[in-house]
Design a protein around this ligand. Structure first.
Ligand SMILES: [Zn+2]
Length: 307
């Protein structure tokens, strides 16, 4: 199977959701419980009063070819993008169409490569693992030493990011909160990770990881993952939207009677190219912060608790 760099965004999060639901009969009820918890926290939250929290990150670089052993610089470029996008300090925020500018909201979530490993030893937060696997399917094998991948660090205390060659044109996938601990985290195609190095356009500005961490913090796709306007992203301040948008759309793109402003395709949770996505809304930020106060609370230190 040839693994050429994709030209159209494709994310495996819903396939992963359905796969886990199939093999774990309690998964859907755990997610429903988390949704109740999220709604309760969101209702009590004042997004404007949030204070910054920090999430420690470990990046597992898995390589079969030497060039796939990406540089520290490519890794740190990704962390820098996350810190801009989740703080609302990304320069391209200025490109948001006027009707949505006031909805763009800083999540105040910081990401930091881990400085201490699970054994208490100093680390740079990057694990490098050679493999004989040319291309990983979406089966979580990249998350296990025994399957040619790299074992997770304690997923309660670290955000694990696996960077590897992924098959089937996927840019990445994430596990929603409530899934099994051993596979918790996000997987990113190595040519869609960070910028510089082997990152390739149109996915070389680090936005695939922003999108997948959005899912990891319990955000859904902005079109609600249906094709008939019946789906919802469980957020009230994003417009209803029929389908994903691709590439770099022209404003406005109207669907599902969402005129005159149409789809919020500049949102990180749509499928547009890296250079065309710039924002989270307050509703999305509330869901993510509820996740970091609830099911993923052990990931953050120094958080002002939102009960
Ligand atoms: Zn996605």
């Amino acid at each position: 199977m040839a693994d050429e760099h994709p030209h159209k965004r494709s994310c495996g999060v819903m396939a992963e959701f359905h796969r886990l639901a199939e093999i774990d009969s309690d998964y859907r009820s755990r997610l429903a419980g988390i949704e109740q918890d999220t709604l309760r926290r969101v209702a009590r939250m004042s997004v404007a009063k949030l204070t910054a929290v920090t999430v420690p990150v470990v990046v597992h670089v898995i390589y079969q070819r030497p060039e796939h052993n990406i540089s520290d610089a490519q890794v740190t470029s990704q962390i820098a993008v996350l810190n801009d996008d989740f703080a609302g300090t990304n320069a391209d925020i200025a490109n948001i169409p006027a009707p949505w500018k006031s909805l763009a909201t800083a999540a105040k979530i910081k990401f930091k490569l881990a400085t201490v490993d699970p054994q208490g030893q100093p680390t740079n937060g990057i694990v490098r693992k050679g493999t004989t696997v040319e291309s990983f399917p979406q089966d979580n094998s990249m998350k296990f030493d025994s399957q040619g991948g790299s074992d997770a660090w304690d997923t309660q205390r670290y955000l694990n990011i696996w960077v590897c060659v992924l098959g089937n044109g996927l840019l990445g996938y994430a596990q929603f909160p409530g899934g099994p601990g051993a596979t918790d985290g996000v997987v990113i195609l190595n040519t869609a990770f960070g910028s510089g190095g082997i990152a390739q356009p149109p996915f070389n500005l680090g936005r695939t990881t922003t999108h997948e961490i959005g899912h990891f913090l319990n955000l859904r796709h902005i079109w609600g993952d249906t094709e008939d306007c019946s789906g919802s992203d469980l957020v009230s301040d994003t417009p209803g939207q029929q389908l994903p948008n691709y590439g770099e759309p022209t404003f406005p793109h109207v669907s599902c009677t969402n005129g005159p402003n149409g789809d919020m395709f500049v949102n990180y949770m749509d499928y547009v190219d890296d250079r065309a996505m710039f924002m989270f809304t307050a509703g999305q930020v509330a869901r993510m912060r509820a996740t970091l106060s609830g099911p993923r609370k052990n990931l953050v230190s120094g958080a002002a608790a939102i009960t």
